[in-house]
Every structure is written in structure tokens, then in C-alpha cells.
Write a protein that binds this ligand. Sequence first.
Ligand code: NAD
Ligand code: AKB
Length: 312
Amino acid sequence: MKKDKILLIGACGQIGVELTLALRKMYGDANVLASDLREEHDLLKGTGPYVSLDVMNKEMLHVLVIRHNITQIYLLAAILSATGEKNPLLAWHINMQSLLNVLDIAKEENLDKIYWPSSIAVFGPNSPAMDTPQHTIIEPTTIYGISKFAGERWCEYYNHRFGVDVRSLRYPGLISYKSAPGGGTTDYAIEIFHEAKEHKKYTSFLAENTYLPMMYMPDAIRATIELMESDASKISVRSAYNLSGMSFSPKEIAAEIKQHIPAFTIAYEPDYRQQIADGWPDSIDDSLARNDWGWKHEFDLSKMTADMLANI
Ligand code: NAD
Ligand code: AKB
């Protein structure tokens, strides 16, 4: 039997650090090769093998896959929504070419499984905002959302056309304390905790009643692993599954933080990210993920707030 050997690309990012550590626990430290453009993250040091890799360099990626007998790739490298709007052509180039490099090598080397995350950013202002269904109008207006939607189509194409076992989730905004976020519109919901603890006040770049779908990182890591561990016969969606945890506004998260830090105050100064958030859903219907492979979230706003404040 072939031994599982996993390559994580973008391992030093907000999700990558925690996913690398979780996969090392499951598969054994030596069987999970972490890689990134950046220097190795402090939390990864001494926990397993690490290589410097630019995923845009297909030849180098290919050599690495062959040399390390890689059987699965988790591709997490990307330019996120807020950063993407500053340089749309670069975001398109990196987000698309990285995925095409990975999918093509997966096809050529007959790899077992590929994971690549999509985002709620695939939805746009013409999608239903509440309980946005899996299949609906999808007209993203950010370059990040456009690249994620195109990526979903490529994933489904490589699965149907070439049999590549690629799996994907449309993550909501992810909230965590271990590794810093990388330039998203939902990052306010992480900054607010750090500022609340340090300065007891926060100025939000989104308006008070802007609702967005969100998820606590432990739920996101578990969802990713549960999807990847599911029998292929259970995976009916080969583009990307809707995935839901909670939904709240800046006003609601501030009220929740105030329960723990009574002196905490919030002000609102919406910037260019408001327009991005206004085009995204308020909440997501993820019944397909729940029915197909048994997804169930654990963290709501109050449980997450208590955990974040206890750990920062
Ligand atoms: P991040 O920005 O924190 O991390 C991305 C990592 O990729 C960084 O460490 C960066 O150095 C690395 N990287 C960038 N270009 C690279 C290249 N050319 N070669 C190798 N590495 C490169 O992002 P994240 O929040 O961890 O997101 C990971 C994935 O999940 C992305 O596809 C993102 O779109 C998706 N996602 C994230 C969220 C969220 O809230 N964090 C929500 C939805 C989807
Ligand atoms: C972002 O805000 O860009 C990400 C996402 C929801 O994809 N957190």
C-alpha cells in the first residue's frame, strides 16, 4: 500500500500553521512536508520537515513532489480579498496559476487527493444574502471572488475530465489567534480581540450592522480534515461546498466582548473593505455538506469569544 505523504503549500499563513500541526498529529510529523515563500513560522519550527517553495515555479514543485513521494497536496497559498483589490492582475495570476500548477501535477503524477479552499467571496450582490444556497446566482465582484469561482470550475473540470480527486470548501471568514490573518475583509473580527485586550477599544473598518458568515479556526480545521477523510463516494460537490459556522456584525461581536471586558468601546470608520463586505452573503446554507459528509459546527459567537479572549 502507498504511504500518505502530504505537501502543504502556504503553510506559514493563518490556516496553514494550524492545518500543518493538525495533519502532523494524524499522519506523523515526518509525513507532512510544510512549505511557503516565507521563513518557517515559529510555531512550526522543530515539528517536522520544512522547505522553501514558490508554488508559481511549476518545475520546482514537480521535482519536490517526485523527490518526496508526495501523495496529497493542500494548496493554501493565495492573495486574499482586500490585498487582491490593490493589485488585481497579480491576485488573478497567483490565485489561478498556483491552482493550475497543482492540478496539472496531480494529473500527471496520479496523486491521491488535492485540497484547495474556495471562499464565500464567490458570491456577489446578486446572490441571495440570507442562507445563500449552494447553487445560486454566482456573480463575484472582487478579483479574489472571481479567481475563487474560476478555481472552483477548474477543480470540477479536473475531477470530471481527468479523475483528479480534488476537494474544496467555501470557507467563511476564519477567526484564530495562533497565526496572523493575511489581508482579508473579515480580518476585523480578529483585530478586534487583540485591540480589546490591549487597548480596550477598537475602530472597525466595517459598519456596525455588516453581517458576514464567520467560523472559528478549530471548526475550519476539523471541516477540512473531515472532508478530506470522507469516502470519495460521499463527495457530490467537486467545485466547493458551502460551509457555515456563525454569522454576526461588528456591533454584535463588540457586545459579546463587552461581556468579558466591560470597559471595551467600539467606533466605526468604514473604508474600501465595506464595499467588498456589502457584496458578500450575511449567512450561508451548508445543508449539502451536512448531508453528504456529516458536517456540524461546534463554535458559536459566545463560545468563540470566550476562547479567543482566554488564549490571546
Ligand atoms: P494567508 O495569506 O494567511 O496565507 C497564505 C500563505 O501563502 C502565506 O504564508 C504566504 O506566504 C503563502 N504564499 C503566497 N504566495 C505564495 C507562493 N507563490 N508560493 C508559496 N507560498 C505562497 O491565507 P490564509 O488565510 O491562510 O488562507 C489560505 C487559503 O484559504 C487561501 O486560499 C484563502 O483564499 C482561503 N480562505 C481563507 C479564509 C480566511 O478567512 N482566512 C477564508 C476563505 C478562504
Ligand atoms: C477574506 O476576507 O478575504 C477571507 C475570505 C472570506 O475569503 N477571509
